[in-house]
Design a protein around this ligand. Structure first.
Ligand code: FAD
Length: 307
């Protein structure tokens, strides 16, 4: 068996692998796709100490760094179950099972998409999902935020300090965001909130977003809004569906519950990054969390082998 088996090869998984392997213990990493969400990212300007990089370039560096160590990397394999007996067993969709004395779950998350024409075509060309990442690209411009939940209204407040004007489009007839956020948003002079708005199309000029179309669900009319950026904030889904039948504690949003050492409720099972209850989902935060979980797992191993 592995001493530490990491499930996931994004920033959290890669950091966990390096920290574990540096302890000289048998380390494995299994992932569907090495790099995770970073592979889908164009410009990255908030990876501290690197003023600008691009997703695939950062992933190449991550892979190179992991390869410096004795880590057994298995890619193109999807984990489908977690069970425990005297060891922790990770079942793969291929039918194989990997066994380990400790496991770090780092399967990340994915943004819920609008599924409207133009969204994919203009992803990274005006269609964005992360205000912390891409907000500054729209300095002085008009943008839209799709979704009036907490993340949508937080994004609007955040963006309003950078961009010229923010229009929030909410599908329902009321906002789901906390009252205190709604009040803050309404107090800002450059946020407009439109209810009952169903986004139907991302409009572009061939190279970048120029606006969007939405249907007013009360009148049925189609409306156009001219914006340079569209921030989609309709949910971040943790990649933890495959853990629902295990004994692992998940929140009602499906996130894995962890403590400050990355430990879950199952002894020897740790978790890190966007798949967990960590409040902020960012590359540098996922790397710190992966390192924490690896040190937590190592600590667990030395304590359990002394018994
Ligand atoms: P992920 O990166 O999601 O990696 C998950 C890993 O788990 C992948 O290897 C995946 O293949 C694997 N996996 C998933 N399910 C399974 C399974 N069942 N079995 C096996 N493997 C599995 N953050 C920033 O800090 N700056 C930015 O500029 C920035 N821009 C972004 C732009 C976009 C378009 C997106 C989508 C995200 C952006 N983020 C940015 C957020 C950042 O990418 C994430 O916070 C970070 O990648 C999370 O790392 P992670 O390792 O937890 O998960």
């Amino acid at each position: 068996p592995y001493d530490v088996l990491i499930v996931g090869g994004g920033p959290a998984g890669a950091a966990a692998a390096i920290y574990a392997a540096r302890k000289g213990i048998r380390t494995g990493l299994v992932a569907e796709r090495f790099g995770g969400q970073v592979m889908d990212t164009v410009g990255i300007e908030n990876f501290i100490s690197v003023p600008y990089t691009e997703g695939p370039k950062l992933v190449a560096h991550l892979e190179q760094h992991v390869k410096e160590y004795d880590v057994e990397v298995i890619t193109n394999q999807k984990a489908s179950s977690l069970a425990t007996d005297e060891l922790i067993r990770i079942g793969l969709e291929s039918g194989a099972t990997l066994s380990a004395r400790s496991v770090i779950l780092a399967t990340g998350a994915r943004w819920r998409e609008m599924n409207v024409p133009g969204e994919q075509e203009y992803r990274g060309k005006g269609v964005a999902y992360c205000p912390h990442c891409d907000g500054p690209l729209f300095k002085g411009k008009r943008v839209a935020v799709i979704g009036g939940g907490n993340s949508g209204i937080e994004a609007a407040i955040d963006l309003a300090g950078i961009v010229e004007h923010v229009t929030v489009l909410e599908f329902a007839d009321s906002l789901r965001a906390d009252e205190v956020l709604q009040r803050k948003a309404r107090s800002m002079g450059n946020i407009e909130i439109i209810m009952n708005a169903q986004t139907t199309k991302v409009r572009g000029d061939g190279s970048k977003v120029v606006g969007l179309s939405y249907t007013d669900r009360v009148s049925g009319d189609s409306q156009d809004l001219d914006v340079a950026g569209i921030f989609v904030q309709i949910g971040l889904i943790p990649n933890a569906e495959w853990l629902k039948d295990s004994d692992l504690n998940l929140t009602r949003f499906g996130e894995i519950e962890i403590d400050s050492r990355g430990a879950t409720n199952i002894p020897g099972v740790f978790a890190a990054g966007d798949v967990t209850t960590v409040p902020f989902k960012q590359i540098i935060i996922a790397m710190g969390a992966g390192s924490t979980a690896a040190l937590g797992a190592f600590d667990h191993l030395i304590r359990s082998s002394a018994e």
